[in-house]
Design a protein around this ligand. Structure first.
Ligand SMILES: Nc1ncnc2c1ncn2[C@@H]1O[C@H](COP(=O)(O)OP(=O)(O)OP(=O)(O)O)[C@@H](O)[C@H]1O
Ligand SMILES: [Mg+2]
Length: 261
């Protein structure tokens, strides 16, 4: 068991899903999920495309509303939150890196990172500029504030989007496919950055991916979504050795991709 998972054991979970279900047009995508995320841990959610990873995690910021079940964050029942005002405190504490993590093209990189601060705080321009610089420095992009997003490489754009998710000093960060579409070296850089943010900021992280390299580098525990439920839950090492049929299929397919010419 990894140190993170061992440390996580005795603490009360920060995030708890109980009997969570979600259907679209009568088709159940999430079919009764029970899952805990412990303070300070990084939980990697794996699963094939369409297995419901984005649906499940976007519930934590109110972008998807479950049909049934309970989700608590720090003891707060979030299925009972309805208005933007109800959601405000939780959204301030949660950084969400969207799948694709697009920056707003019409704004400079600095204004992109400042955007959540302008929207959600009363900080003055000087304070915002200081914090934008701090967040961009944290992701290794100090000084790019005046550039247009199109002037950045794909990996730098992903970093800038990450800086934007850090804007409000979240205690929970959800990364949806943070390495998708990047070459393996840039993907490794993003993985190391996520690892570094874990240790320096002590945040609780959920990382959605099908990138096994990323999972290996950042996971305290791995949850594999399969047929709307958690098919496997354990450390990355346990996942590698798992006899669960979908875990084996998942690993085999990834190996097959890696050895393809
Ligand atoms: N708003 C929606 N309306 C209808 N169906 C939806 C909606 N959102 C998601 N789905 C369906 O739910 C299923 C799970 O989608 P989800 O985006 O969570 O998959 P995923 O595991 O994140 O996949 P990927 O790895 O491709 O991002 C898919 O079949 C998708 O088409
Ligand atoms: Mg997705």
């Amino acid at each position: 068991m990894s140190p993170g998972a061992a440390a996580a054991g005795p603490a009360a979970p920060l995030i708890v899903y109980r009997g969570v279900r979600k259907a679209f047009d009568g088709r159940e995508v999430i079919a009764g999920i029970d899952l805990e995320v412990y303070p300070g841990e990084t939980l990697v959610i794996l699963g094939r495309s369409g297995s419901g990873k984005t649906v499940l995690t976007s519930m934590l910021v109110g972008l998807t509303i479950p049909n049934e079940g309970s989700i608590t964050v720090g003891g707060l029942e979030i299925t009972q939150l309805h208005s933007d005002a109800d959601w405000r405190d939780l959204r301030l504490q949660t950084g969400y890196l969207f799948q694709g993590s697009a920056l707003y093209d019409s704004m400079t990189v600095g204004d992109n990172v400042a955007f959540p601060m302008v929207q959600h705080t009363l900080w003055d321009a000087q304070e915002i500029a200081r914090r934008v610089h701090e967040k961009l420095s944290q992701v290794g992009l100090a000084g790019v504030e005046p550039l247009d997003p199109s002037a950045l490489s794909g990996g730098m754009q992903r970093r800038a989007a990450l800086a934007r998710s850090l804007a409000l000093d979240p205690r929970i960060i959800i990364y949806d496919e943070p390495t998708a579409g990047l070459d393996p070296i840039t993907g490794d850089e993003i993985s190391s950055l996520i690892r570094r943010l874990q240790t320096t900021l002590k945040v609780t992280s959920i990382v959605v991916t099908h990138d096994l390299r990323l999972a290996e580098l950042v996971a305290d525990r791995v949850a594999l979504l399969y047929q709307g439920a958690v098919g496997f839950l354990g450390t990355y090492q346990e996942f590698l050795n798992s006899e669960h049929a979908e875990a084996k299929r998942f690993l085999h397919r990834e190996e097959a991709q890696e050895t393809a010419p």
